[in-house]
Design a protein around this ligand. Structure first.
Ligand SMILES: NC(=O)c1ccc[n+]([C@@H]2O[C@H](COP(=O)([O-])OP(=O)(O)OC[C@H]3O[C@@H](n4cnc5c(N)ncnc54)[C@H](O)[C@@H]3O)[C@@H](O)[C@H]2O)c1
Length: 394
């Protein structure tokens, strides 16, 4: 049974994860390399708890805070905890060192979890003598507000560890989805990576402009933000690093969009530098994306690559269609799952647009997945044929 949680790393994610665990009633240790960092983390947690108190979501800040112990004593925290959640910087050797240490100190039933976004769980697990109990528990930023958590199996993670991690995430009041293999980007970042890459290539090759695409995805598909607006918001530098990490580990992502490197090198980093795909007079500035701007855009063309990636995940047994759609709704804030969109657009339309992009620009991410081709052959065209990814009575 999990009673005490040990969060290693008190940065952006670590302090949020510690707060979420304390809110759910767990006793939490949080560790980092200096007292100063820990103090800042506790201040941030306090600030966030005060917001929750103002919104009447909790009845006492102090009570939740009293469950969190900031410590520089790694050994004591590890020995006393039932799950370790690592949230240190994205560096494989650093994570492996921490896992080896957790493994030597934590009791034999303890779960060792990593919050990594891009490193293989299996390689982190190899640093321990219990790779069966090592798992990815991938929170989204900020953990307190984001409902979704991906649970990722490494190649040796056992079913009991997955089940206990799933129950633990549910006990935090979050929605877990299962990723059966540690493929780069897992579910959500993989799907987002595909859309972002293809949309950027469509701009680079002159098919559409950023504002045309952003208008279409917002007003025709109902997405919460434009794709380029999102890039500017998260930072072109962050997107550049994520694209590099994906390209290094996965041939499907090797055709990086040259525009991103160009912007990165010019220092056009998005909102934080005042310029990216749009210009910003202040950090609170939002780009002007008129509804009419997207009129000539075929939104299926822009988003078909995400259906293609979802089909790839399904065909390879990496996730269920329900989990893929939950991931897209809760992780990306889309009003519907991507497979639901596909069924509405029609699988034939999706394949037609993928073929258009693949034939014209040679983008591998747009090469129609075998599953989509199979669905076409079987006449599973989506809502119009009463069956696509899902079945429909009418
Ligand atoms: N930021 C995000 O949006 C996000 C989202 C999901 C997952 N992640 C993943 O979460 C992890 C942490 O990311 P972050 O954004 O919180 O990073 P961060 O840089 O904000 O925080 C990392 C913390 O780890 C501490 N640290 C460094 N070396 C340490 C050590 N040896 N022992 C203990 N602590 C150490 C640092 O002092 C820092 O406080 C990464 O693996 C990242 O990929 C990040």
């Amino acid at each position: 049974m999990i009673r005490r949680v040990f969060v290693v790393g008190a940065g952006t994610m670590g302090h949020g994860i510690a707060e979420v665990a304390a809110l759910a009633g767990y006793e939490v240790y949080i560790y980092d390399i200096s007292a100063e960092i820990l103090n800042k983390a506790i201040e941030k947690i306090k600030w966030s708890l005060e917001k929750l108190y103002e919104k009447r979501r909790i009845s006492s800040v102090e009570e939740v805070l009293s469950r969190i112990r900031a410590t520089l004593n790694f050994e004591e925290a590890a020995r006393n905890s039932d799950i370790g959640i690592e949230a240190v910087p994205e560096n494989l050797q650093l994570k492996r060192d921490i896992f080896a240490r957790l493994d030597s100190l934590m009791h034999e039933d303890a779960i060792l979890a990593t919050n990594t976004s891009s490193l293989p769980i299996s390689e982190i697990a190899e640093a321990t003598r219990r790779p069966n109990k090592v798992v990815g528990i991938h929170f989204f930023n900020p953990p307190v507000l984001m409902q979704l958590v991906e649970i990722i199996k490494g190649n040796k993670t056992d079913d009991d560890t997955v089940r206990r991690s799933f129950e633990f995430v549910k006990s935090l009041g979050k929605t877990p989805i299962i990723v059966n293999r540690d493929v780069p980007g897992f579910i959500v970042n993989r799907i987002l990576g595909a859309i972002q890459n293809v949309a950027c290539h469509l701009v680079y090759r002159g098919e559409y402009t950023p504002v045309e695409i952003d208008s279409a995805v917002k007003y025709k598909a109902g997405l919460p933000m434009g794709l380029f607006e999102l890039r500017d918001f998260t930072g072109i530098d962050v997107g550049y690093m994520v694209a590099k990490a994906l390209a290094e580990r996965d041939p499907l992502f090797r055709q990086e969009c040259p525009l991103i490197e160009e912007y990165y090198k010019k220092g056009w980093l998005g909102v934080k530098s005042g310029k990216g795909f749009y210009e910003y007079k202040s950090p609170s500035d939002r780009p002007n994306i008129p509804k009419e701007a997207g009129e000539r855009v075929n939104v299926v063309r822009v988003l078909a690559s995400s259906v293609n990636m979802a089909a790839w995940l399904l065909r390879n047994g990496i996730a269920t269609k329900e989990d893929i759609d939950t991931g897209v709704r809760l992780g990306l804030g889309y009003p519907k799952g991507i497979l639901q969109y596909a069924d509405e657009w029609g699988i034939d339309e999706v394949v037609k647009e993928l073929e258009y992009i693949y034939n014209k620009y040679g983008l591998i991410l747009a090469k129609p997945d075998e599953l989509l081709i199979q669905m076409l052959k079987e006449g599973k065209l989506g809502r119009k044929s009463k069956e696509g990814f899902y079945k429909y009575a009418t």
